[in-house]
Every structure is written in structure tokens, then in C-alpha cells.
Ligand binder design. Structure first.
Ligand SMILES: [Zn+2]
Ligand SMILES: [Zn+2]
Length: 339
């Protein structure tokens, strides 16, 4: 089969790989679609941790081709999505139920061969059945939605809250929809790209602000009177992370959801955190949120129909990564069965 293998920084190659035989608890998945994520871009540049050589791709779904001898709950032909994050079950964190903080966490598409290939071998415990009529164009979004769901859980939004979302790429647009369904009365999206602002508007944002044309802090103050109850940073830049602290009201919550590059820092005035009594939270991957992510997409709580996605055959993986990195699409999706 064909696969996109990350060998070392700046070496992502399309190679021919043979499939090994399935172990008893494994399932062979024919990959139908695999989303490209910022993490993939960072891995290829050598800016994010991975265990090469490895087939990339951790946002994927497909149909079951074959099952191992001990697999009971899955059958050939079923549509499935894959939770890529595999925890050990026995470390300190796993035994506290914080499986995403597992000391031995490994991920398909990062440490173990993933979905940028015609087929992928997946441990049964990582598989989720997709409901009938699940929109296949939504399937590459299940993994990112599962992460955003954890972010919503961490943000602890109360009905009636005013919420600022910094950035409306894939993550910000999904966050917006969950913030609205969590009961926010006012949603303010801050995004420099006109195209992305228009999608945010269509998805029901109360206000969409272009940070290049206005003083966002003044406008948020005008709208809310006191600053936002909750500010969620979905860009992954230190500049937006810093401004998030200024946009939150006294007693407000700031969530750093976007992934800033390792080692990048910005100054914080601890007296302001004290005086404003800010709550600052992080949100890391997707602890046991995969099932709810599938339901959020299947039920239409999160809609991705308006997302301008771009599909690529596996051979064009470099182009797919470039489109994602340069923001030429909301989501690059690789379809390994397409030639
Ligand atoms: Zn991802
Ligand atoms: Zn563990």
C-alpha cells in the first residue's frame, strides 16, 4: 500500500509499504479520509515531538477491511473513526482518570503508523462506530471536535456568559458553535481573515472583529461593559495569548487552547492576575470526548458544511500540508483511496 512516511525533519515521503498480519485485538481500516492538522505541519518541520519513521495522520476514518481473531465488537464493512491517543491504563494519571495526561501516551500518526495511507492497523479499543448516514465530509473533523469539546468542558461557560474567541480557523469555528450551544449570550470572534470572519458570522457569532482595523480591547469593553466572562485563545500565538488576559473581566476565565510553539514566552503582570482574580486554564487533547464528538457532529450541534475544505489524493500530501500551513483552506483532507 501507499503511505506518507515522516522519516526525519523535512523528509515526508510517499513510499510503498506492505501490511503486517493483524494481532488478535487489532482491526484493519481502509482509510477514506484523513485531515491534515497544524500538528502534522509542525512534525514535518521538526517542531513537534514524534517517533519517526512513522506514517503521519491522526484525524482519520474509514471502513473496516479485516478484524483480528479476538475482536468482538466490530465487523468488516462498518464505518469507523479512530481516536489516535493511546493511554497505558496503569500510570499515576491513568489511575486518576486523567488518561490524556498519561505518562506513556502514544498516538497513531505521531508515534505509531497513522492514517495517511491506504490502510491502517488500529487497536480495537481506539475505534468508534459511526452512526448510519454520518456525513463523511464531517468524519475528518471528529478528532479536532473531540479536542474542542475538552476545551469547552475546561472553559466552564455559564448560560448567559459573554465569550471572546480569538481566531476562527477550524478550531475557532468549532469552538464558536459549542460556545453558543453551551449558552453564551454574546459571542465575539476576533479574526484577521475576511473569509473566516464571514463563516463565523454565518455560524451565528454576535460580533466579528478585524483586529487589524480596531482596538479589540476597547470594542470588547464597549460591548460587555466589564470585559468578557470567558476568553478562549484559538490561534496559538503569544501576542493573542497576551491580549486574552486583557480582554477578560475581573473574575473571568482565560483558556489557552491554541498551541504556541515550544519556548515562546510573553511577560505576565502577576499583580493583574491577582487584582483581576483571573482563572487561566490550558486544554490538552481529548480525554474520553470522542463519543460526544461524533454525536455533536451527527446531530448538527457542530456543522462543518460551510467550511471550505480542500481534498487531495495521498500523492499530493506536501501540497495538502502547504495549503493547511498557509491557511489557503480551513482544512486539507487527504483521501487515500483517490488516485
Ligand atoms: Zn490534530
Ligand atoms: Zn498512563
Amino acid at each position: 500500500m501507499k503511505a506518507a512516511v515522516f522519516e526525519k525533519p523535512n523528509h515526508l515521503l510517499i513510499v510503498q509499504r506492505s501490511l503486517r498480519t493483524l494481532r488478535a485485538d487489532e482491526v484493519l481500516v481502509r482509510v477514506v479520509s484523513c485531515g491534515v492538522c497544524g500538528t502534522d505541519v509542525h512534525i514535518v518541520k521538526g517542531e513537534s515531538r514524534s517517533t519517526p519513521p512513522v506514517i503521519l495522520g491522526h484525524e482519520y476514518s474509514g471502513t473496516i477491511e479485516d478484524v483480528g481473531s479476538a475482536v468482538k465488537d466490530f465487523l468488516q464493512g462498518q464505518q469507523v473513526a479512530v481516536d489516535p491517543n493511546i493511554c497505558c491504563g496503569t500510570c499515576y494519571f491513568c489511575r486518576r482518570g486523567e488518561v490524556h495526561l498519561c505518562s506513556n501516551l502514544r498516538a497513531l500518526g505521531v508515534d505509531i503508523d497513522g492514517g495517511m495511507a491506504e490502510f491502517c492497523i488500529v487497536p480495537e479499543q481506539q475505534l468508534y462506530r459511526l452512526p448510519e448516514h454520518f456525513p463523511m465530509n464531517a468524519s475528518a473533523f471528529i478528532e479536532p471536535v473531540s479536542c474542542v469539546l475538552h476545551g469547552i468542558d475546561r472553559a466552564k461557560i455559564k448560560v448567559g456568559d459573554s465569550v471572546v474567541i480569538l481566531g476562527s480557523g477550524t478550531i475557532g469555528l468549532m469552538m464558536l458553535q459549542l460556545v453558543r450551544s453551551a449558552g453564551a449570550s454574546v459571542t465575539i470572534v476576533v479574526e484577521p481573515s475576511e473569509q473566516k470572519r464571514m463563516i463565523a458570522q454565518k455560524l451565528g457569532a454576535s460580533y466579528v472583529l478585524n483586529p487589524n482595523e480596531m482596538n479589540v480591547q476597547d470594542v470588547v469593553m464597549d460591548i460587555s461593559g466589564v470585559g468578557a466572562d470567558v476568553v478562549i485563545e484559538c490561534v496559538g500565538k503569544t501576542s493573542t495569548s497576551q491580549s486574552a488576559l486583557h480582554l477578560a473581566r475581573r473574575g473571568g476565565t482565560v483558556e489557552f487552547f491554541g498551541v504556541c510553539p515550544i519556548d515562546k514566552t510573553f511577560p505576565i503582570e502577576p499583580n493583574q492576575v491577582y487584582f483581576k482574580e483571573l482563572t487561566i486554564v490550558g486544554s490538552y487533547v481529548n480525554p474520553l470526548t470522542f463519543d460526544r464528538a461524533i454525536k455533536a457532529l451527527a446531530s448538527g450541534i457542530i456543522k462543518v458544511d460551510d467550511f471550505p475544505i480542500k481534498r487531495f489524493p495521498l500523492e499530493n500530501v506536501h501540497e495538502a500540508l502547504r495549503y493547511q500551513e498557509e491557511g489557503l483552506t480551513i482544512k486539507s483532507i487527504i483521501e487515500p483511496q483517490t488516485v
